[in-house]
Design a protein around this ligand. Structure first.
Ligand code: FRU
Length: 477
């Protein structure tokens, strides 16, 4: 099969009609139809935020990757644009894989991975991943310039270029696998076309993974952050529970020197579904990150509805005084707030209380006085399938989903200090929940699949009492 943007657009138009929208997000970005994975090329250009994404228009399964495209004035209301890149070859004949975007004068430049097999695609030895360039003046139609960095000798997995400007140079980091070890390589260029190899920037120490996908490298409060998505970390207790992780290392870096890391790899989101995040800067200098709100190999029940995959809310990144990355919803998310429903509840005693009959798109605020709560479990539930609650015996905040009909059951959790107040902001959309804990201290994001008639929100406290200082919900519009 040969691919083109025209063909992809025709396909999407006809598929769009057949969608079942029961789980389709109301304020998150998802593909018009077909499959979506990683966010790509997040950038502010010519008065718009642009979000591209890994896209397969021809089915709800991953397949030869295209770049889907949408733009927004405010990071929450997205307008779909035509597919930006199709695997038209020869450099990207088997897929236009993940990458990034930069603004070069009046030009929008996309730097992405051309994925191709020379011969039998069943044999990894035939895999080549090269970094390609495409440019645009209008931000919608792209001219393809082919390969700008070829596969280094001996490598096969070499992908997901992230480009940024620093001083006089363009820099690029690329994720790679050498033998069974993940690494990030660095390059620099004066013109986005000729690239100089700067060597290996960072490499996996023992047990830090066989492949590092989607690297990103930026400065926050004077510290360098290497954000990436390692494959091959072993689960350990409550850590690394998902098939693949996404997280960061902090350290110091000067161009031309290796990255001097300080401390351990830290996961960014402790829910079931957050992967391949990418960051970008707003015109007013905030560092925002968006991730794919799904996980490889995890069931995606919306596939039966004609679409698959969605992106997370935009989240602002900051560094805390003790050098931890914090994520809060970007302030633009507040634009969505409609009517406010305060919850007239102060204590719950071994009981459950329904507060919203039908929760579709809502932001919920909860402040629990943990120091003055005796209940063993207290929190909020959505229908029969989702609970987000304090487990006082374990001293953890737990997100539990229970959709046995879709093969999605289990918990994710973070440690809590129960001596004070616990502040939660929960964002519900038709098939997702994102929980922000204590102003950015932690975040848990998961896909959820409630039935339309089973979406009531209730608070509960079992085996004792729980004290709620403040609670309520915004309808999101
Ligand atoms: C991450 C990833 C990238 C790759 C893309 C392919 O989820 O595996 O490494 O470029 O997805 O769709």
């Amino acid at each position: 099969m040969t691919y083109s943007i025209t063909k992809a657009e025709q396909e999407l138009q006809s598929r769009r009609e057949g969608l079942n929208l029961r789980w389709y997000p109301r304020y998150h970005l998802a593909a018009r139809a077909g499959w979506m994975n990683d966010p790509n090329g997040l950038v502010w250009f010519d008065g718009w935020y642009h979000a591209f994404y890994q896209h397969h228009p021809y089915s709800t399964q991953w397949g030869p990757m295209h770049w889907g495209h949408a733009r927004s004035k405010d990071l929450v209301n997205w307008e779909h644009l035509p597919v930006a890149l199709a695997p038209e070859g020869p450099d990207d004949k088997d897929g236009c894989f993940s990458g990034s975007a930069v603004v070069d004068g009046d030009t929008l430049a996309l730097i992405y991975t051309g994925h191709k097999f020379h011969g039998d695609p069943g044999d990894e030895a035939n895999l080549y991943q090269v970094q390609c360039l495409a440019t645009s003046r209008d931000g919608i139609h792209f001219v393809r310039h082919g390969t700008v960095i070829d596969t280094p000798p001996g490598l096969h997995h070499f992908r997901d270029p992230k480009v940024w400007r620093e001083g006089e140079w363009w820099y690029m980091v690329v994720g790679a696998r050498e033998g069974d070890t993940g690494q990030v390589r660095a390059y620099r260029s004066a013109d986005l076309r000729e690239w100089q190899d700067m060597g290996v920037l960072a490499v996996a120490e023992k047990e830090m993974g066989y492949m590092w996908e989607c690297p990103d490298f930026f400065t926050l409060n004077g510290k360098r952050v290497l954000m990436f998505s390692p494959q091959g970390l072993a689960a350990e207790g409550f850590k690394n529970r998902n098939l693949f992780q996404s997280g960061y290392l902090l350290g110091e870096w000067q161009p031309g020197k290796p990255f001097a890391r300080e401390g351990e790899f830290v996961e960014m989101d402790r829910g079931h579904d957050f992967y391949a995040p990418q960051s970008f800067l707003t015109p007013d200098g905030r560092r925002i990150v968006i991730g794919w709100l799904d996980m490889w190999e995890s069931p995606l029940p919306e596939q039966q509805d004609g679409w698959a995959g969605m992106l997370s809310l935009p989240r602002e990144l900051t560094l805390s005084v003790d050098n931890r990355l914090q994520m809060r919803p970007a302030r633009e998310v507040e634009i969505l707030r409609g009517a406010w429903f305060p919850w007239p509840v102060s204590t719950l005693n071994n009981q459950q209380m329904t507060l919203v009959e039908h929760c579709d798109a809502m932001e919920v605020i909860l402040q629990w006085d943990c120091a003055n709560s005796s209940a063993e479990q207290y929190g909020i539930r959505l229908g029969d399938g989702l609970r987000v609650y304090v487990d006082a015996q374990m001293q953890r905040l737990v997100l539990e989903r229970h959709y046995p009909q879709y093969g999605l059951c289990g918990t994710r959790s973070v440690a809590l200090n129960l001596n004070g107040v616990l502040s939660l902001r929960l964002f519900f959309d038709y098939s997702s929940v994102e929980v922000f804990v204590n102003e950015g201290e932690a975040c848990l994001s998961s896909r959820i699949y409630p039935d339309a008639d089973c979406r009531e929100l209730a608070l509960f406290a079992w085996t004792g009492g729980a004290s709620l200082i403040h609670g309520g919900a915004w309808q999101l519009e």
